[in-house]
Design a protein around this ligand. Structure first.
Ligand code: ADP
Ligand code: ASP
Ligand code: MG
Length: 424
């Protein structure tokens, strides 16, 4: 008997009817003779709605209470799905993350899974139940409080469970047919990718392709778990996320230069101008930011003006950390001796990703050329071995994605289907 872990995202369970539809799909897998563990997300935009509600009540909700609130979304859908399955004559039981043994760090809003003690899950499976686990949540080992794993992290719950339970693979059911060369909501002519390596998928996810949570891909890579991304609305073959070796075995050796284009509107930019150009100043700036538990992404330092001996430093960071960073840096203005601090959240990051760029020169030139032809101004640049990212004005993001997609010959004739969801 195969053990399967399936995850259904919010847009697959946006109302009562779709919960029943998903239940019928799970019932088919169960009746095929498999042990089925289901990880479920909150219905539709429930998490966003709960977040809005919290912000109406309190401008800066306490992280512990926010996690208590947000985890109720997944708890609702898990219980409703169990009801629907039982009505179909399929035995099912739902569990919260904590009941399922998902042990995490104590960092509310962005906790990491430390361990999963799957005793209750295994017990439930051995009793013949489809076992449903509320995604995106766990319990802190140290504080015993309920935590959440970050937005979009039900994917990570699913892959982590697949690893611990020794499942052959993990299925991620969503509202598109798989991973595409770009977000089909931005580029309708994007093409579906039949197989993608963990390495490239990690870059795509880290650069904003929210079809898979980045830590889910990290976990899949570490444990070598194949991930099958597919639509819960069709039976179309999806995208397999695999190790490069497994792809080679399936004769997918020949790679396009660029595998995909990703975009992210979730970052902001801080520019500190007039920083004295002295050894150790940049270190202090980023010490202060790090002390607030903030990860920075791109960094640019200008050449200092000889006349003033001062320079400007710009960096990007998650928009949600913007206020914290600005407050911390302003509080240290005297020590750092800078003149001005500018905060800009009207930016977006556009990235081209592909292992092919290791061996093909001219990718940067082609990307920048496509942006220039389309009158998109580049504000910042960063690269890795398999990625080139630029920061542009937020209003230019879609245009930049479309331009890069076309320039690298990724457009296809047909139009990608987006089955549901608001894209929020
Ligand atoms: P779920 O609710 O199932 O977790 P998400 O909204 O988190 O779904 O992720 C699916 C969405 O990811 C798609 O509807 C699509 O708009 C977006 N997306 C972004 N980049 C890509 C990509 N490269 N391929 C497919 N989908 C993408
Ligand atoms: N419901 C959570 C969110 O919207 C987790 C998830 O869907 O993966 O972020
Ligand atoms: Mg998701």
């Amino acid at each position: 008997m195969a053990k399967i872990v399936q995850k259904y995202g919010g847009s697959s369970v946006q109302d009562a009817e779709s919960i029943k539809r998903v239940a019928r799909r799970i019932a088919r897998s169960r009746q095929g003779g498999n042990d089925v563990v289901v990880v479920i997300s909150a219905m539709g935009d429930t998490t966003d709605d709960l977040m809005d509600l919290a912000l109406e009540v309190s401008p800066q909700p306490q992280p512990r209470e926010l996690d208590m609130l947000l985890t109720t979304g997944e708890r609702q859908s898990a219980a409703l799905l169990a009801m629907a399955l039982n009505d179909l004559g399929v035995r099912a039981r739902s569990y919260t993350g904590s009941q399922a043994g998902v042990i995490t760090t104590g960092r509310h809003g962005n906790a990491r899974i430390i361990d999963i003690t799957p005793g209750r899950i295994e017990n439930s499976l051995s009793m013949g139940n489809v076992t449903i686990v509320a995604g995106f949540q766990g319990v802190s080992k140290s504080t015993k409080d309920i935590t959440t794993l970050g937005r979009g992290a039900s994917d990570t719950t699913a892959v982590a469970l697949a690893g611990v339970l020794g499942a052959q693979y993990c299925e991620i059911f969503t509202d598109v047919d798989g991973v595409f060369t770009a977000d089909p909501r931005i580029v309708p002519s994007a093409r579906q990718i039949p197989q993608i390596s963990y390495e490239e998928m990690m870059e795509m996810s880290a650069c904003g392709s929210k079809v898979l949570h980045v830590r889910c891909v990290e976990c899949a890579r570490r444990e070598n778990i194949p991930v099958h991304v597919r639509s819960s609305f069709s039976d179309n073959p999806g995208t397999w996320v695999l190790s490069h070796n497994d792809m080679v075995k399936q004769k997918q050796m020949e790679q396009a230069v660029i595998t995909g284009v990703a975009s992210d509107r979730g970052e902001a930019k801080i520019t500190i101008s007039g920083v004295p150009d002295q050894i150790g100043k940049a270190a202090r700036v980023f010490d202060i930011v790090a002390a607030s538990d903030i990860n920075v992404d791109m960094i640019v330092q200008n050449i200092s003006a000889i006349s003033t001996g001062r320079t400007d430093i710009s960096f990007t960071l998650p928009m949600s950390d913007g206020k914290k960073a600005v407050d911390a840096l302003n509080a240290a203005k005297g020590e750092l001796g800078f003149e001005d601090l500018l905060y800009d959240d009207q930016i977006g990051k556009v990235s081209v990703v592909g292992v092919g760029m290791r061996t093909h020169p001219g990718v940067t030139a082609k990307f920048f050329d496509a942006l220039a032809v389309n009158k998109v101004n580049i504000d910042m640049i960063s690269t890795s071995e398999i990625r080139i990212s630029v920061v542009v004005e937020v209003t230019m993001v879609d245009k930049a994605v479309q331009a890069a997609h076309t320039a690298f010959g990724l457009d296809t004739e047909g139009e990608a289907t987006v089955y549901a969801g608001t894209g929020r």
